[in-house]
Structures are given as C-alpha cells and as structure tokens.
Design a protein around this ligand. Structure first.
Ligand code: GLN
Length: 540
C-alpha cells in the first residue's frame, strides 16, 4: 500500500513548505523507505518556464526537460532523486487535459465540473506518479497558502484522497508561520490557528502541525497550537531557524516527527541512519576556509533567482572544507560606473550566471574581461558561457562589435546566435533546448579532469548557441572547447593559459548534490580557494 503525505501551508507563502516536505522525505529515507515528491502549483501557467525569475525565483529544469518550480530542486537535492516534469502539477496542466478530453468527446453527455472532473484529473496525476515511481511514500506539497481561491480544487482533491485511500494511508501536514513580536518577544499563534480553521472549513483536519518560527516555540505556544488545532501535543513540531537548511530534517526528527509519521501511517522502518548527511552538515558547519565569490547577475535582489547555483557552490565548498560567501553584484552597476569593475579584484572568483535579454549584459562582459585579464578564477553558466565567447571574440580575436543576436540583432559578428531549429517556433512555452543531453568530453582537458568521464549528461535551457561559423577563429585565439553535445553543440569552454577560466552552456547546478557537487562548480571553488591560499592546487 502506498502512503500519501500532503503538505499545506498557512499564514503566508515562502514559509518553508518545500524544505519541510524535503525534510520529511529525508527522515523517511533515513529509515530505509523509498519516497518521491510532487509539487502542486495552483497558478494557471502550464509550467514555470514562462515566468520571470525575478518574481517567482529560478526555473528548475528536470532531466526530461521540465521547466518546473524551484521546490523540485530542494526535493532532488535533499532526496538525491531525479524527478520528472510530471512531479510538478499546475492548474494549467490540469485544465488543459480536462479541456482537451472534453473536446475529444471524452465526457460526452456530461456537464464537466470542477468536482468531480477536475479533482479526478488531479488525483489521477498524483496516483500515476505514485505507481510509476514505485515508492513507499508519496509526498505532495500544495503550493500557495490555504484560503487562496486557486488552491481550492487541489485541496478538495487531497481531501477526497483520504476517503479513497484510507486514514492509515494518508497524512496531512500543515506548515504555518508563528511570528514573534519584536516588542514583547511573544510567539503569536493566532494566524496559525486561523489558517487551521481555514483548512478545516475545506474539510481537512491536519494530523501534524509544523510551526515555522525564528526560534523553537515555547510550551505555551505549543499547547495552544495543539489545543486549537485539535491534535495531540506530540503532533506539533517546530521548524526554527538553523545555520543551514540541510539541518531541518534533524531538528524535526529530534522532536520525534519521523517516528510519529511512521507510527501514524504504519510504515515498517528501521532506526534512522543519517551518517552521510551528517558528514555533509559537519563540513558546512565547520569550515576551515572561506572563499569570496562575486556573482555578477541581473536578478540579484531575489536570492531565489539563483538558488541552485548558490547551492552548487556550497556543495563544492563543502568538499573542500570551505565556506562559500557569495556577493550578488548587480551587472548594471558595472556599466554605470566602470570603476566598480576594479572592485572585483577583492574576490577569489567571479561567477556569471544564466540570464535572458540584454539588460546588464555589458556589465557581465566587463566582469568576464576582468577575470580573464587578471587571472581570477571564472565560471560562466549558460548566458555566462555565451558572454565569455562574446568577450573573447571582441578582446582577443579582435572581432569588434561581436555580440549575441539576443542582445544585438544587427551585430557585425554574431558569435552567439539563435539555434536554427528555434527560428520557426511560434510558441514560447517549453520550446527551448531543454533537459539532459549527452555530451562528449575531450580527454586531456580540464573539463575531463574534473568530470573524470568521456560522456556526461547535463541539463539545458536555452535558445541561443555559440555560432559554429566562428569556432575556428575562437580556437585560433586560444579558446578550447572541451566538450561538445551529441548534436554538435558546443558545451564547455576553457582557457588553458588561465588559472581557471571555464564556462558551460548547460546548467551543472541542477545535478549538484550534497557530497556530490557539480564538477565545474567544484573545480571553480577549488581554484578560488587555491588562489586565495596562494597554493598551486588544493587537495580534495
Ligand atoms: N538567453 C540565453 C539563451 O536563451 C541564455 C539562457 C540561459 O542563460 N539560461 O540561450
């Protein structure tokens, strides 16, 4: 019998449901159970691909090319899973299927309604993932906040699942904020109580309540939550602030959450084993070194825009006993005042992330030039890769005005250009070059040394590519393309004359895991650390 755990959120969004969901998964994995995780996003977009990262945070890319919510990234990192695009369910997808079926005549004679047709579609999707994943437990996180209009069909569907799957096979976890008043230091549980009431109004009585609070909640608050939530005190847990979110599974498990869940839904389990996970956390909490990385981007005011990149740098650092401190530098600030570029000197490494459109591009190019000329470790990803080519073309190969046609459609030297198959496309949704592709790594290159493999699979999300017409000229200038996709696309560049100058068209960060960092990120942090410590190479 597959068990279903549903996670809802109250009071406000961004309360850490994703991390709580991932942490529950980790607690169960530590007990030898197999899990998978689903994210429900009640917005009408079919997927996250068409949303601005500045509003919604990064778009996470799965192996199969799904453009998904960033919570899938937390599931993959915490649980070391490779999920599929089906693990992210949106209102857009659900309605699209129901409407297509209606047009095909699949409901002939019937009036198609939210209950039962839309809710059936939602339940079918959850169950089909459960079946395919062949797991003991399916975690389903319902995005947004209880009480949102658009979340109602999903909550109704998960309410029905208790009736159909049975009380012993379903569990409702409600995560809600408990604010602390600055003036009195008091923990206020009223907003949480209201959100539980809202959930009950829909017909869901939570089995577990997780209070999200800056500090461990006191007994007074815990009792109130239990009393008003109509659950035993031992079913109330607190997710309080910790140094690293990778600690959240522990702090919840220490409070008894793992055992409570297993008993409640009758899961056969062994004693939890966190050995590997603990090693990782110890490395993060007790670093010997610090490295300072400048992240030169344009979505710098929303930390979630670069979350997988930040985590990949952190994973790399953890393997080297190094704490990675990331400073977000607004690329446009380097354009407004070129003297700001010199300030990059104080960093151990310069990182240029993904991006779309022309804003901030010249600032990023200036940062890349500075890294190249001053032998500062550099890593570029996707747009960062493309702009490294633009910079090299302009300043080393002497191709004046070289650019990407995304930025300047009339450039005399389109060294980065739209991929041919993109030209005829009319739809924007899910039409980039997406997902994992086979890439061949050239032996004898730094890329090969880092990956220790001839063949790799990495994930993509782009429309533009290095223009094959310019490759010979770039090579003559000294640029090495050390990996090429099976389809001939250029994937990694490096500059052997430089201490560490690398960039990739793919996004290595999406496959980076605790204790198994993305090789390019690892190499980059290692080079930054070596430079800082003045050593030729750091072991690790
Ligand atoms: N805008 C560029 C492209 O579409 C880069 C995309 C990215 O950085 N993810 O190719």
């Amino acid at each position: 019998m597959i068990k279903f755990i549903f996670v809802t959120g109250g009071v406000l969004s961004s309360v850490g449901k994703g991390v709580v969901t991932s942490s529950i998964g980790k607690m169960l994995q530590a007990r030898g159970l197999k899990v998978t995780a689903i994210k429900i996003d009640p917005y009408v977009n079919v997927d996250a691909g068409t949303m601005n990262p500045y509003v919604h945070g990064e778009v996470y890319v799965t192996d199969d090319g799904g453009e998904t919510d960033l919570d899938l990234g937390w599931y993959e990192r915490f649980l070391d899973l490779n999920l599929t695009k089906e693990n992210n369910i949106t209102t857009g997808q659900v309605y699209q299927s129901v409407i297509e079926r209606e047009r095909r005549g699949g409901f002939l004679g019937k009036c198609v309604q939210i209950v039962p047709h839309v809710t059936e579609e939602i339940k079918n999707r959850i169950r089909s993932i459960a079946k395919r994943a062949n797991v003991d437990v399916v975690l389903t996180e319902c995005g947004g906040t209880v009480g949102d209009i658009e979340g109602l069909p999903f909550l109704e569907a998960i309410r029905q699942m208790r009736l159909e799957e049975g009380v012993e096979n379903t569990l409702y976890v409600h995560v809600a904020l408990v604010p602390i008043l600055d003036a009195t230091g008091e923990m206020k549980t009223k907003p949480l109580q209201h959100s539980v009431n809202e959930l009950r109004r829909i017909g869901i009585q939570p089995d577990i309540i997780v209070a999200r609070c800056r500090k461990m909640i006191d007994m007074d608050a815990l009792r109130k939550i239990a009393l008003f939530g109509t659950i035993p005190e031992k079913a109330v847990f607190c997710s309080y602030d910790v140094s690293t979110i990778y600690q959240v599974p522990f702090i919840l498990d220490e409070q008894g959450m793992g055992d409570f869940i297993c008993n409640r839904i009758k899961l056969q389990h062994r004693e939890p084993d966190y050995k590997k996970w603990k090693e990782f956390i110890n490395a993060i909490l007790n670093p010997e070194y610090e490295v300072n990385i400048a992240l030169v981007g344009k979505y710098t005011k929303l930390a979630d825009s670069y979350v997988s990149m930040r985590e990949a740098l952190l994973h790399g650092g953890a393997m080297l006993q190094a704490k990675v401190l990331i400073s977000h530098i607004d690329a446009e600030s380097l354009e407004e005042d070129p003297s700001n570029v010199d300030k990059l000197q104080s960093f151990d490494g310069i990182f240029v992330p993904y991006g779309f459109g022309s804003r901030g591009v010249e600032g990023k190019i200036a940062a890349i030039k500075f890294a190249r000329e001053n032998d500062i470790p550099f890593l570029g990803v996707c747009l960062g890769f493309q702009l490294a080519v633009v910079e090299f073309a302009r300043n080393v190969c002497g191709l004046r005005g070289a650019n990407s046609t995304e930025v300047d459609p009339n450039t005399p030297h389109p060294v980065v250009d739209l991929m041919p198959e993109q030209r005829a496309l009319e739809q924007k949704g899910a039409t980039m070059r997406l997902g994992a592709r086979k890439i061949l790594v050239r032996p004898g290159t730094l890329a090969h040394e880092l990956y220790k493999a001839d063949e790799i699979y990495e994930r993509h999300r782009h429309r533009f590519e290095v223009n094959p017409r310019y490759v010979e000229e770039l090579k003559r200038g000294g640029l090495v393309f050390s990996a090429v996709g099976e389809d001939g696309r250029l994937e990694i560049l490096e500059l052997p004359s430089h201490r560490f100058f690398m960039a990739s068209q793919f996004h290595g960060e999406f496959k980076s895991r605790p204790m198994r960092p993305s090789p390019l990120y690892y190499g980059f942090v290692r080079a930054a650390l070596s430079r800082k410590l003045g050593t030729v190479a750091v072991a690790g």
